[in-house]
Write a protein that binds this ligand. Structure first.
Ligand code: HEM
Length: 404
């Protein structure tokens, strides 16, 4: 468990020096539960902060700085990893820089375009309609359980898994994203999932069958040679883990907001055309991918602060998405916010390849939930639980519901 982060806000005017003792940690309970005031103070008073955690890194949270780190890939490379600490398994295409990264992406892109992902809309709608009566028991539901389960099933279906395989994946994902993930059960589930994905790739290698993402990966090429099995697994695993948690967190956060703001729920029911802008806004507000990391390839300067070559720079996407210099009333959801140049899906070469699928799942999940339920409210905000690492999510959100 990460050490607690204790923060005393500095007196106005004392500025950056007062933040010198702050050991910023994206896994701390402060960042997990209520980080917004801290991020606002840092953006105003100490926009480039050094932390000694994880071998030492710089944290930046202003909109312009975060965008710059993501787009200037020649200065800020992914090749030393994108997380703190670095994940043991290489994540493709996220942990290679252009131009090679573009070749890996080319394998995925055709299957994740806006029109291609619409193929999964009917599946998602039927799934929500089947799931909701099961998830709502005696007028109660855990919004986070619905959000997460719905999102991972839609993502797995879009990868190419179907039928009973989705139920098996549901069990593994439940373990891998639950409290057992770091124990024996978690390791067993991880190993079984890898074996299962390997078999699915074998079944699609060179044979006729459905033209899905798994097939594209099983038969994909980079640099004029076939992808090896390690590369294939890496691509699938990032699609699974990049797609599940993020989409689930966005949907859950949106449902919690609507539970707390029934006027917005009524407005979305009355004005269904608002849904696309609302979904973008929910992604900005939740910023499920909250922190990512790059490494400097040369000496650089951010906000007047010199940073040497080879240093880790962590950027706060969630902080940037709540930057009041870019977004008016940043801590409010404004269903028709325009413009909304949010960074929730990233920016630059690694901008999310699954954004259209993620948005489809959030939209359909919200539409079906709002159609099934006439009113809903959080049972007790104190009992809600949160997770924070490179991603932030609400992991438990019990609510009372009245069926429509
Ligand atoms: C609301 C849902 C989602 C959010 C908020 C989100 C967010 C992000 C962000 C911020 C990045 C850039 C990370 C960086 O630059 O370091 C990213 C990249 C990525 N995302 Fe998503 N994502 C979502 C859904 C999905 C889905 C559904 C999939 C898969 C089907 C997916 C797969 C990926 C992959 C493979 C990358 C790496 C792209 C590359 O390196 O070129 N994401 N995502």
């Amino acid at each position: 468990m990460a050490e607690e982060l204790t923060v005393e806000s500095p007196a106005p005017g004392s500025q950056a020096a007062a933040w010198g003792d702050l050991q910023y940690d994206h896994r701390s309970s402060k960042v997990k539960v209520a980080p917004f005031d801290l991020w606002t103070s840092l953006r105003r008073e100490c926009p480039v902060l050094h932390s000694d955690r994880y071998g030492g890194f710089w944290f930046v949270g202003r909109y312009e700085d975060v965008k710059r780190v993501m787009t200037e890939y020649e200065n800020f490379s992914v090749t030393n990893g994108v997380t703190l600490p670095r994940e043991p398994m290489l994540m493709l295409p996220l942990e290679v820089d252009p131009p090679l990264q573009r070749q890996y992406r080319a394998v995925l892109n055709p299957h994740l375009t806006p029109s291609e992902v619409l193929k999964y809309e009917d599946f998602a709608r039927d799934l929500a309609r089947t799931m909701l009566p099961r998830e709502i028991r005696n007028g109660r539901i855990d919004l986070a359980h619905f959000g997460e389960t719905f999102a991972h099933t839609v993502t797995m279906r879009a990868l190419g898994f179907e039928g009973a395989d989705l139920d098996r994946l549901d069990v593994w994902c439940g373990i891998l994203f639950g409290p057992e993930r770091d124990g024996d059960a978690g390791h067993r589930a991880g190993a079984e999932l890898m074996e299962f994905i390997g078999l699915a790739l074998d079944q699609r290698t060179g044979q006729a069958g459905p033209d899905d993402l798994l097939r594209a990966i099983a038969n994909g090429e980079v640099d004029g040679r076939p992808l090896d099995r390690g590369e294939q697994l890496s691509l699938v695993v990032l699609l699974v883990f990049g797609g599940i948690h993020t989409t689930g967190a966005a949907l859950t956060s949106a449902l919690v907001w609507l539970a707390d703001h029934p006027g917005d729920a009524r407005r979305l029911r009355a004005q269904p055309d608002l849904m696309p802008t609302a979904v973008e806004e929910f992604v900005r507000y939740a910023s499920p991918v909250s922190h990512m990391r790059r490494t400097t390839t040369r000496d650089v300067e951010i906000g007047g602060c010199p940073i040497g070559e080879g240093e880790a720079v962590q950027f706060g996407i969630a902080s940037a998405n709540h930057d009041e210099t870019e977004f008016e009333a940043p801590d409010q959801v404004i269903l028709d916010r325009r413009p909304n140049r949010h960074l929730g899906f990233g920016s630059g070469p690694h901008r999310c390849v699954g954004s259209h699928l993620g948005k489809l799942a959030v939209r359909v999940g919200l539409q079906e939930f709002l159609a099934a339920v006439s009113s809903f409210e959080i049972e007790d905000h104190e009992s809600m639980t949160y997770f924070s690492s490179e991603g932030r999510a609400i992991t438990h959100a019990p609510a009372f519901v009245v069926l429509a």
